[in-house]
Design a protein around this ligand. Structure first.
Ligand code: ADP
Ligand code: MG
Length: 652
């Protein structure tokens, strides 16, 4: 069956290939566009089922049930519930028809200085693509991998990343008018191929978070709550509402449910248009069918759905209203007549639709000047902080490992350096013989903290980064609220860990018995871990691969260690590289901690600070520098994350 289709569409084309073009038996003249049928409400297309059948369940007004006998999750009751909710909360949804004409997409264009264009690597990905999809129907973009499905989807969704190396042309119309990017963004939603969701968040929390932040702040919270529940209903997720989404390590919902959660995250804003990139890839046939069934239902509720799909099974295939087949091949040739035919058709639709919708479009676009984000900074901060805190407390394995590591090192270091600090520091001989021992424990503590800071981030951040970049792309929250909330949510755990560590060490080694000195030591230890955390965050935003980050992050820490003031003294370092000590956070941390321990007069062993060590900084300078490093890396992270965010081209 598909072979026929591919043959007839052996152009970069995509034109309202109503399923009636594709006959299941593969008989007859496959190319037989009957213009009047195209997109007409209620009789959009058929896919091998009888005429009377399709008008029931492919119709825009028709309820979902009839004609679909596959219904594994959605009970009769669920459907009625979903509809009831629909009537109360989704009555205002706008119907959106999408038309596109003659889309072309070329990549590999190099622009030289002076405006010259180097065309030698030009590659055409899409060519001469026209088509439409109407409210209440579902379009499938099919084709082999690399055929340009995602590219076309992105183009239609207005999601092309802005870059200079491609060229795009053609026309995309929303309800007959040229689209306004920001209005369009609010009307539409895009579900990425990969499900980027935190594992330790429940289905309800995931949708509630999206609803809280993405729905207008004027909307009362019980309405938001309603919206979340009705979306969960609509997607048939009621049974797993309070289960974790799950991931590689955490057991959670099934693959198909996870995909529907991903769809739901985008659906809480109640978009009229839904774009999905390969929603069934990676799912078994049961789950795939389930997801498609959900989409079918969403379409029946008046939404416009565009999805790419790879190798659909026949039962999935039969759910679509329109098809668009992409295949590599020539755009010219025997089907020229059809191209012209569709061009005419397009102009015709454009005219009629223009009259209907031009008014609506202009009123809608008048309120586009407002902020990109739905909520205020503080509200957003509260919500993001709450989720971050939940994630922190739910990282059971990581938290247990951290506590274990802290206890282990505190006791180990305590035993090795047991009572080393309890000597008569006013005796110069004792002081100079003990100086290296105490210097050693302080240095080791700093280095140990520095490395644990790296590892705190290394394995959790790759997923987190993807989620954050995705949520940012959909305008859920600002990068600043996230980076700040992440730091605040981490503080209690880090503080607890560090105070515990320093308490044990202090008491076992017998460091300077002074409350102020104790807390300053806690501060230094906390700062060091936060600095390397911030540094690793920034690094991994640029190099998301944990292996690359694991190779690169220690370079800075080891350099800082070398110039940290313990392993080699200042005078012995070659002058050419001696300056590195001023960018070594270990130098400041070690210096400050040494000042803290010994800088209290001759009876504490103050002479140690000049010999055998050469501590060049004061306690205050050291503490402030650590704060500075911290702020620097956090701001760097923020900036990189912002710059890394997708920049969408305003084209078409
Ligand atoms: N910006 C781009 N620069 C270079 N090549 C690109 C770009 N966008 C897409 N391509 C290429 O276009 C082809 C189609 O990509 P894509 O739309 O992702 O295919 P599909 O989703 O059908 O698998 C691929 O060969 C891809 O490498
Ligand atoms: Mg793709």
């Amino acid at each position: 069956m598909l072979r026929d289709t591919v043959k007839v569409s052996r152009r970069w084309n995509c034109r309202m290939e109503g399923a009636h073009i594709i006959e299941v038996q593969g008989l007859g003249d496959a190319v037989q566009p009957s213009g009047t049928d195209l997109g007409a409400p209620g009789k959009v297309a058929k896919s091998g089922s009888s005429e009377s059948d399709q008008s029931q369940w492919f119709g825009t007004q028709a309820p979902q049930k009839a004609g679909i006998d596959f219904d594994p999750y959605f009970t009769e009751h669920d459907d009625i519930e979903a509809q009831r909710h629909d009537e109360t909360s989704f009555t205002e949804r706008r119907r959106v028809d999408l038309h596109w004409k003659d889309l072309r997409f070329d990549v590999g264009i190099k622009r030289k200085l002076g405006g010259k264009v180097d065309d030698s690597n030009r590659k055409t990905i899409l060519r001469g693509i026209s088509g439409e999809v109407r409210a209440g129907t579902m379009l499938a973009i099919m084709g082999s991998s690399g055929a340009g499905k995602t590219t076309l989807l992105n183009l239609l969704a207005g999601r092309l990343t802005s870059s200079k190396d491609y060229e795009v042309s053609g026309e995309i119309l929303v309800n007959g008018a040229k689209r306004n990017p920001s209005t369009f963004k609010r009307q539409s939603a895009y579900v990425e191929q990969e499900d980027k969701i935190f594992a330790e968040v429940t289905v309800y929390e995931q949708l509630k978070f999206a609803a809280d932040l993405r729905l207008p702040k004027k909307m009362p919270s019980d309405v938001k709550e309603q919206r979340v529940l009705s979306t969960i209903q609509e997607l048939g997720l009621m049974k797993v509402k309070d289960s974790y989404v799950g991931g590689e390590q955490v057991r959670g919902v099934s693959g198909g449910e996870k995909k529907r959660v991903n769809v739901g995250t985008e659906l809480v804003t109640d978009p009229s248009l839904l774009f999905l990139d390969e929603p069934t890839s990676g799912l078994d046939s049961f789950n795939a069918l389930n997801v498609m069934y959900t989409l079918r239902k969403l379409a029946s509720n008046g939404r416009t759905i565009v999805t790419t799909i790879h190798q659909p099974r026949s039962n999935i295939f039969s759910m679509f209203d329109y098809f668009c087949l992409l295949a590599e091949g020539q755009a010219e040739g025997k089907s020229r007549a059809r191209i012209e035919y569709f061009a005419e058709e397009f102009e015709e639709t454009k005219k009629t639709i223009d009259a209907d919708f031009s008014k609506v479009e202009s009123t809608v676009s008048s309120d586009t000047a407002k902020s990109k984000f739905a909520s205020s900074w503080t509200y957003e901060f509260g919500k993001v902080l709450k989720r971050q805190w939940q994630l922190t407390t739910r990282e059971r394995v990581a938290n247990t490992a951290r506590i274990g590591q802290t206890v282990f090192f505190a006791i180990l270091l305590g035993l090795i350096w047991l009572n080393n600090g309890r000597v008569d520091w006013s005796d110069p001989d004792v002081a100079s013989s003990q100086a290296f021992n105490i210097g050693g424990v302080i240095f080791f503590t700093v280095v140990n903290q520095a490395f644990s800071g790296i590892f705190n981030v290394l394995f959790v951040y790759p997923l987190e980064r993807n989620v954050v970049l995705k949520e940012r792309a959909s305008g859920t929250y600002r990068v600043s609220t996230y980076t700040f909330a992440r730091m605040v949510a981490d503080l209690p755990r880090s503080l607890f860990q560090d105070i515990f560590f320093v308490s044990v060490l202090y008491w076992m080694v017998g460091l300077r018995a002074d409350v102020g000195a104790f807390f300053l030591m806690c501060y230094i230890v906390l700062m060091v871990a936060m600095i390397t955390e911030g540094f690793t965050f920034a690094l991994m935003t640029v190099f998301p691969d944990p292996q690359a980050a694991a190779a690169l992050a220690p370079v800075y820490v080891i350099l800082s260690m070398l110039f940290g003031g313990f392993l080699i003294d200042v005078e012995s370092i070659p002058a050419a590289v001696a300056w590195i000590r001023w960018v070594s956070f270990v130098n400041y941390a070690f210096g400050a901690a040494m000042q803290n321990q010994f800088g209290c007069g001759p009876e504490c062993g103050e002479q140690i600070l000049s010999s055998p060590f050469q501590v060049e900084i004061s306690l205050t300078a050291g503490c402030l520098a650590l704060l500075g490093f911290n702020v620097f890396f956090r701001v760097l992270w923020y900036v990189i994350l912002r710059v890394n965010g997708p920049k969408l081209a305003k084209a078409l």
